[in-house]
Design a protein around this ligand. Structure first.
Ligand SMILES: CC(C)(COP(=O)(O)OP(=O)(O)OC[C@H]1O[C@@H](n2cnc3c(N)ncnc32)[C@H](O)[C@@H]1OP(=O)(O)O)[C@@H](O)C(=O)NCCC(=O)NCCS
Length: 110
């Protein structure tokens, strides 16, 4: 296994991508993109209305989701401070706030 993801139903056809990760040795080889594309297609076929995800306010992960059509819907201030025991740093910058993003499937009113 090189990667995994966790998706939970939110009700009314919405699902949240809680976590997605690829083993470091396999990152930047297209596995994450393939997994995300599979998740998007799977829930579209299942009749879902949208997928939501939360990520940091900067970094390659933000582009990773936006490239697949996710749009920013809000910000959860201090999420990474309030929900993790240790400070989290990416590229030497501390993560404070979580951006909430949503991918709406075409034809969905959600
Ligand atoms: C996010 C993640 C799942 C993407 O998986 P991946 O297999 O690396 O993804 P891909 O190979 O399909 O690459 C997708 C893009 O991310 C970029 N990327 C991946 N890892 C990167 C890194 N460490 N630094 C900078 N860019 C990175 C790739 O270069 C690629 O961008 P490009 O198309 O412009 O070249 C993976 O990097 C990961 O597990 N990261 C740690 C956990 C994490 O941050 N999960 C998301 C939480 S919101």
């Amino acid at each position: 296994m090189v990667g995994a993801c966790v998706v939970r139903p939110l009700g009314e056809g919405a699902h949240e991508l809680m976590s997605i990760a690829v083993q470091p040795a396999h990152q930047k080889t297209g596995c994450g993109t393939a997994l995300l594309q599979w998740v998007i297609a799977f829930f579209h076929k299942s009749g879902a209305s949208r997928i939501e995800v939360g990520t940091g306010t900067f970094g390659y992960q933000l582009a990773f989701y936006q490239r697949h059509g996710f749009r920013v819907t809000g910000i959860d201030r201090d999420f990474f401070v309030n929900h993790y025991p240790e400070p989290i740093f990416e590229d030497g910058i501390q993560l404070f706030d979580m951006l909430r993003l949503k991918l709406e499937y075409p034809g969905s009113a959600a």
